[in-house]
Design a protein around this ligand. Structure first.
Ligand SMILES: [Zn+2]
Length: 438
């Protein structure tokens, strides 16, 4: 007797604890796609069958709710199915009892909603049979499913081997995985994962960085920020695309195979486009946090015609600038004739003989040795701020050349999921120290 009470007490306590925890959390649903090409034969059959069995069980229960909506049905190994030839028995082999329970719980919930609507005087019908069941509840984490984040896989109850899924990288580090749903769509199977995230965490993610930032757009490191962050990214044309283009040129125009290859090429272009778009969005989401963003806008144009034209196309810098213009209200452009590369960002001395291949700026006057792009970015920041500081910007910290831990963390968080972006840091202090001799 006491043990049962103890157990009940324990469950009660843990429910209370969860409730308290949830008050500081928000739920978020992540969509994961099951990678069909990585499924083995057994898994493919299972995925087909499990939705079929869910439909059978649902219709079986709905046909006689009074006698069938109970825990006995959760244990059934076979159900009757109505066919044009009469009733037939069907085996339930894929649905686990927790899945069955989930399906029955849903029926209960639907009935409850119906009766509530009825009470309000709304005319309601009965639960209908389904011709397709596309959404199987996976109620308990670690039981009906288990996320193997490092392996990009999810173990489903009833399947020996875990299935590979796409999209797990979206999950934040410290989140509570609560429940999931197995979903069938025209283009494949998905898992919708419901997680609970700390409100605090979510807030921090959006937090503003209360300072202005200057950006130098370059070739070697595509973006250098005045705090020393270098963002390097490139999505090149894939080898497959080049191959396909070659193939297309050999095929007869308008032929069936020609069309096929053309479609494949379009798919590749879409892929590259998506990758670039994602990069741009991530860069934008980082820069949006800054109070002001300063750029020298015409800087790029002169390069287009020259040697670097092709490289610039690959990185799509032009696209980034126009996106910044559209999305950042506090974008401050610096005149293109300002000699931001020639000027020393510490003492203002001008150096005429600096060329594009000089990666380091060495000042003959004050002795500053600094990454060339960082020097420009700081100059852009300083010149731009001079222009507006007196009227609009007040008391903003303009410390440059040093990236703060907050900025570092924000950068890491924004870019961590994208394999085409590399982030590095350069600092004024370090390099200056290296140079100054007693
Ligand atoms: Zn100097």
């Amino acid at each position: 007797m006491t043990t049962v009470l103890d157990k009940k007490q324990k469950i009660k306590e843990s429910l209370k604890k969860t409730k308290e925890k949830r008050e500081n959390q928000i739920p978020k649903v992540y969509q994961l796609k099951i990678s069909y090409s990585n499924l083995n034969k057994q898994q493919k059959t299972w995925l087909k069958r499990v939705f079929l069995e869910a439909k059978w069980l649902y219709n079986y229960t709905v046909a006689d709710i009074q006698n069938r909506l109970n825990s006995k049905t959760e244990k059934l190994k076979q159900v009757e199915v109505k066919t044009p030839q009469g009733y037939e028995k069907r085996q339930i082999t894929c649905l686990s009892s927790q899945m069955k329970q989930g399906i029955l719980d849903r029926i209960k919930k639907n009935l409850f909603d119906l009766s509530k609507a009825k009470q309000k005087g709304i005319k309601v019908g009965k639960l209908k049979f389904k011709s397709d069941y596309r959404n199987i509840p996976l109620k308990q984490n670690e039981i009906t499913f288990k996320v193997l984040k490092d392996k990009n896989k999810i173990k489903l109850q009833g399947l020996k081997k875990p299935v590979r899924v796409l999209g797990l990288h979206q999950l934040p580090e410290n989140c509570d995985i609560a429940k999931a749903e197995l979903i069938k769509k025209p283009d494949g199977c998905y898992i919708h994962l419901t997680c609970y995230i700390d409100k605090q965490n979510e807030k921090q993610k959006q937090e503003k960085i209360n300072k202005p930032i200057g950006i130098d757009f370059g070739i070697k490191h595509q973006l250098t920020l005045s705090n020393g962050i270098k963002i390097n990214y490139s999505v090149e044309e894939t080898k497959r695309l080049k191959k396909l283009q070659k193939k297309l040129s050999r095929q007869q125009k308008g032929s069936r195979n020609y069309q096929k290859t053309k479609q494949k090429i379009q798919k590749q272009h879409q892929k590259i486009y998506n990758r670039r778009k994602d990069i741009k969005n991530k860069i934008l989401s980082l820069l949006k946090r800054y109070e002001y963003v300063l750029i020298q806008e015409e800087q790029i144009k002169n390069w287009h015609s020259g040697l670097f034209g092709k490289q610039i196309q690959n990185t799509g810098i032009g696209g980034i600038i126009s996106m910044l213009k559209q999305n950042i209200e506090t974008l401050i452009p610096v005149n293109k004739y300002e000699a931001t590369t020639k000027m020393c960002s510490r003492c203002g001395n001008r150096k005429e003989d600096i060329t594009l291949s000089d990666r380091t700026y060495k000042c003959n006057n004050c002795g500053l040795v600094i990454d060339r792009d960082l020097n420009s970015a700081i100059n852009i920041l300083k010149i731009g701020l001079q222009k507006v500081e007196k009227t609009t910007i007040k008391n903003l910290p303009t410390d440059c050349g040093e990236v703060t831990p907050v900025e570092k963390e924000a950068t890491a968080r924004v870019f961590k999921d994208n394999p085409y972006i590399r982030v590095s840091y350069t600092s004024t202090k370090q390099e200056a120290r290296l140079f100054s001799k007693p």
